[in-house]
Design a protein around this ligand. Structure first.
Ligand code: SAH
Length: 367
């Protein structure tokens, strides 16, 4: 492990206090931060030598103590639909995964917020792995930067106004990889602020989505402080089913979750809460469920994402049949709630949550 400390993923304030050690005059220090920020987040530069507008002696000094490093790609799999799944190896050898999903009108990067997870949702593969630790903001941003590097997206950022296909840029970031972002709130918030910085990566708050299993008190805080979009993993319409699928429901049940979304979270203009609903054969996919779902969400500006279950070896669940999914969706559409069925992506590379990491652990175990 190298001695230099990594400045990728530090907040502007943290970076400023480090730079003050080299440039004591506040105006000059803040100019240096702007220069570094632009090299790192607009140009993807990781070597101080290339920062030509920074004084050469200062560059030499900075190089001695700092580095701008990304997580290593341990494995990369490209699905025949273009979905690309990365397994990253962190400095302490922890493994996390990130998935790039190109679509017709947008392309989404799905990132992780923790190594493993504590929530044990019974249909989720990550739930079978225990929580190892929270990711730092540096490791969260590192995933984004490493994918920009790998897909060579930096030149597209500079090519402003030019037509880019959605295979060539990232339009949306979702925290739907491993982990529960609201249980790693401070680091996730730091990372979001870097993503949204308009002199850098410049993602609008509407293009960043935090997905939560329902850490109720933190939803309002995240929505207020970060301002990004919220997705809630609902997955059931009755507490007895949700207690099993999403066990955090025993702490904050459906009534508490929905009441907080209705009364505490102040949605902005035309904003909706996204509800994710995994379609599990004969568990949560009846027409009664669909009607109950519509009733539960009445009056709350919402959008429902029906997700066909991504099966994994050893899972006790099966994906609902296409007929059931369609019937379920029709009931929702009739209620005038928007409800796209999320097309399963990257199935040939097991792109469902947590699967790449676990298959790599198995491969290792069998060597
Ligand atoms: N902890 C957060 C974010 C990570 S999971 C949350 O619970 O929202 C991102 C989404 O993928 C969640 O809606 C989760 O329930 C869903 N998911 C996990 N495993 C899945 C699987 N095997 N098939 C379909 N969706 C899955």
């Amino acid at each position: 492990m190298s001695q230099e400390s990594n400045i990728l993923g530090l907040s502007r304030d943290d970076l400023l206090s480090l730079i003050m050690g080299f440039e004591t005059e506040p105006k000059r220090a803040s100019m240096r931060v702007n220069q570094l920020w632009s090299w790192i987040y607009c140009h993807g530069i990781s070597s101080f030598d290339k920062m030509t507008n920074i004084d050469k002696n200062l560059r030499t000094e900075l190089k001695k103590v700092f580095k701008i490093s990304r997580p290593n790609i341990e494995k990369k799999e490209v699905s025949n639909d273009g979905t690309t799944k990365y397994l990253f190896c962190l400095e302490d050898q922890s493994k996390i995964e990130t998935v790039f999903i190109p679509e017709e009108k947008r392309s989404t990067l799905c990132i992780s917020s923790q190594v493993g997870c504590t929530l044990n949702c019974s249909f989720c593969y990550t739930g079978t792995q225990k929580l190892v630790r929270n990711l730092t903001s540096q490791e969260i941003i590192g995933q984004v930067i490493a994918v920009y590097d790998d897909l060579d997206l930096w030149k597209k950022m500079k090519n402003e106004g030019g037509q880019s296909s959605f295979f060539e840029i990232i339009t949306n970031i979702v925290f739907m990889g491993m982990g529960e972002p609201l249980l790693n709130y401070e680091e996730v918030k730091k990372a979001c602020n870097i993503l949204m910085d308009n002199r850098g990566l410049d993602f609008s708050r509407r293009r960043i989505t935090l997905s939560t299993a329902g850490i109720v008190p933190k939803i309002k805080t995240a929505h207020e402080e970060i301002g990004c979009m919220i997705a809630v993993s609902l997955h059931a319409t009755e507490n007895k089913t949700r207690d099993i699928l999403v066990p955090i429901n025993k702490k904050w049940n459906l009534e508490q979750l929905l009441s907080s979304l209705r009364n505490d979270v102040e949605l902005r203009n035309s904003e909706r809460v996204t509800f994710e609903y995994v379609m599990l054969d004969r568990v949560n996919d009846t027409t009664e469920d669909a009607h109950r779902l519509v009733k539960l969400l009445q009056g709350l500006p919402s959008k429902i994402n029906l997700i066909p279950f991504n099966s994994w070896t050893g899972s006790q669940y099966k994906r609902s049949s296409p007929d059931r999914i369609k019937a379920f969706r029709d009931i929702i559409i009739k209620s005038r709630l928007p409800s796209p069925i999320r097309r399963p992506r990257g199935e040939d590379i097991m792109a469902a949550c947590g699967q790449l990491k676990s298959s790599s652990i198995k491969e290792k175990a069998s060597i």
